[in-house]
Design a protein around this ligand. Structure first.
Ligand code: FMN
Length: 202
């Protein structure tokens, strides 16, 4: 079996996890802003998000890398280097709850579960309707993820505003959150210099 190393990044490498929310169509704004702020990035989409929620070809053109959604086979090269940070934007009700529960049944969910253990900063921009956001499981998920040090942007419902039109999605907030000082967390994560080396099975 010949396995190639991922194409190395020359700059800090940002994983952008894209979930199946309507606002995902605008993710190019985040990819463009990330590039302007000195990140290289790669998109990991949920399988549902690949179903027409955003322009995959445009994302690949902006990042210069394939959009990932499925696990590679053992012989495949790793398309992405290890992450220096992770942005989840938009983050759905489904993915937030799965991540909090430690469910790793998609590449996107598994990547988020691993990211915590790597100790890299993680920023999340939820897009969740109010009717879902009041669910106790969701509230518990936010509490748990915040305690893990995950940084959250303001709630966004994706609903039209009372005045008409749809409020903009604050894409760059994800990058601001990654720039911020580390959030308080309830344990000691493995950080730089840790014995834990990221050797992704994905
Ligand atoms: C047009 C459309 C828009 C959606 N927008 C949202 C949304 O804003 N937030 C959300 O949590 N789910 C939304 N959903 C539902 C999710 O796509 C669905 O729960 C899916 O299972 C999420 O999968 P993922 O978390 O793996 O991406 C939307 C579905 C459709 C068809």
């Amino acid at each position: 079996m010949t396995e190639q190393a991922p194409q190395p990044a020359e700059k800090p490498f940002l994983y952008v996890v894209v979930c199946a929310a309507g606002v995902a169509e605008g993710v190019g704004a985040l990819l463009t802003a990330a590039r302007e702020r000195g990140w290289e990035s790669g998109v990991i989409a949920t399988p549902a998000a690949l179903n027409g929620f955003f322009d995959v070809a445009a994302a690949e053109a902006l990042t210069g890398r394939p959009v990932r959604s499925a696990w590679r086979t053992p012989a495949d090269p790793r398309p992405f280097p290890p992450p220096d940070a992770v942005a989840v934007a938009p983050a759905t009700f489904n993915t937030i709850n799965k991540w909090s529960a430690g469910i790793a049944d998609t590449l996107a969910a598994a990547t988020l579960c691993e990211a915590h253990g790597l100790g890299v900063p993680i920023a999340v921009l939820p897009c969740v309707a109010d009717a879902l956001a009041v669910h106790p499981a969701y509230r518990d998920s936010l509490t748990r993820l915040r305690a893990m040090g995950v940084r959250f942007g303001d709630p966004h419902t994706g609903d039209p505003s009372p005045a008409g039109g749809r409020p903009g999605f604050a894409w760059e907030r994800a990058l601001d959150l990654l720039d911020a000082a580390p959030a308080d967390r309830d344990d000691t994560p493995p950080g730089p210099g840790s014995a834990i080396r990221y050797d992704p099975p994905t």
